[in-house]
Design a protein around this ligand. Structure first.
Ligand code: FES
Length: 275
């Protein structure tokens, strides 16, 4: 998707049978949005360059093999895209199952409940259960998931009150304005890209692989305050879960009404919320 409006020659394609004309270089996901179609996504956002890592936005394109990510696939003249075939629906559901298998099932007590893109996408793809073995971050304090009670106790940290598994990485509370909870990170890298593309700070990176992968502030002590972070909050705004969350929301909950004001002082566009 990206931040830059496309200005190329017009290209006409069909998406689920509907014709749309968009500038050359536009992504299939953006063209679908022009038609009012919301293709499920997690790593893409309106103000960041497309990344193509979550694979939730896959589509089928007539005459092409495989299921490309719609966020990174540019439109082409005469292209016929299918966004709702049984094949792509099955793939999206499988992808979401994998994400949920490594995510805490504490939605009812989570500070992002009702304002969580992971939750929204699970609903959008129709996920009701997950079949895979729980990953390292999957704890279920309310017993609402598929883990048996014995599993939960076995994964608790004795004496800490933490119901996660023994390797659970504690929250980074070092920043005065926001917290970072690695257990809720889906490694979509939106925070890393926001830090680079919006703020130009390059304070964050991704380290590790598989279940071990996570966002790192990369500093000695590995906390945000010891890093190059300037507390601009771009990463918090970009986070689709409660992994990066304003402390006021963690402590007080989401306000019923709020007003967001964008600071006009510089080009960053920091937003402030008045409750
Ligand atoms: Fe396209 Fe993540 S939204 S791959």
């Amino acid at each position: 998707m990206g931040t830059h409006a496309k200005t190329g020659a017009p290209v006409t394609l069909t998406i689920d049978g509907f014709s749309v004309t968009v500038p050359e270089g536009t992504s299939v996901m953006r063209a679908a949005a022009e038609l009012g179609m919301q293709i499920p996504k997690l790593c893409a956002s309106d103000n960041l360059e497309a990344w193509g890592s979550c694979r939730l936005c896959v589509v089928e394109i007539e005459g092409r093999r495989g299921t490309p990510a719609s966020c990174t696939t540019p439109v082409a003249e005469g292209m016929a895209v299918r966004t709702q075939s049984s094949k792509v629906k099955k793939i999206r559901k499988g992808v979401m199952e994998l994400y949920i298998s490594d995510h805490p099932l504490d939605c009812l007590t989570c500070s992002a409940n009702g304002d969580c893109e992971l939750q929204d996408m699970a609903g959008a793809v129709g996920l009701r259960d997950q079949r895979f073995e729980a990953g390292r971050n999957h704890y279920d304090p309310l017993g609402i998931g598929t883990l048996a009670a014995g599993d939960i106790r076995a994964r608790a940290r004795p004496g800490t009150g933490d119901l996660g598994n023994p390797e659970y990485i504690p929250k980074d509370q070092s920043n005065p304005y926001f917290t970072y909870d690695p257990s809720k990170c889906i490694v979509c890298s939106r925070c890393v890209r926001a830090c680079e593309e919006v703020q130009g700070t390059f304070a964050l990176t991704i380290e590790g692989r598989g279940f071990e992968s996570r966002v790192s502030a990369g500093a000695a002590g590995d906390d945000f305050m010891a890093s190059d972070c300037v507390s601009c909050g771009a990463c918090v705004q970009a986070c689709p879960t409660a992994s990066l969350q304003e402390k006021s929301i963690v402590e007080l909950g989401t306000p019923e009404r709020s007003v967001i004001t964008t600071c006009a002082y510089c080009g960053v566009g920091c937003s402030f919320k008045a409750e």
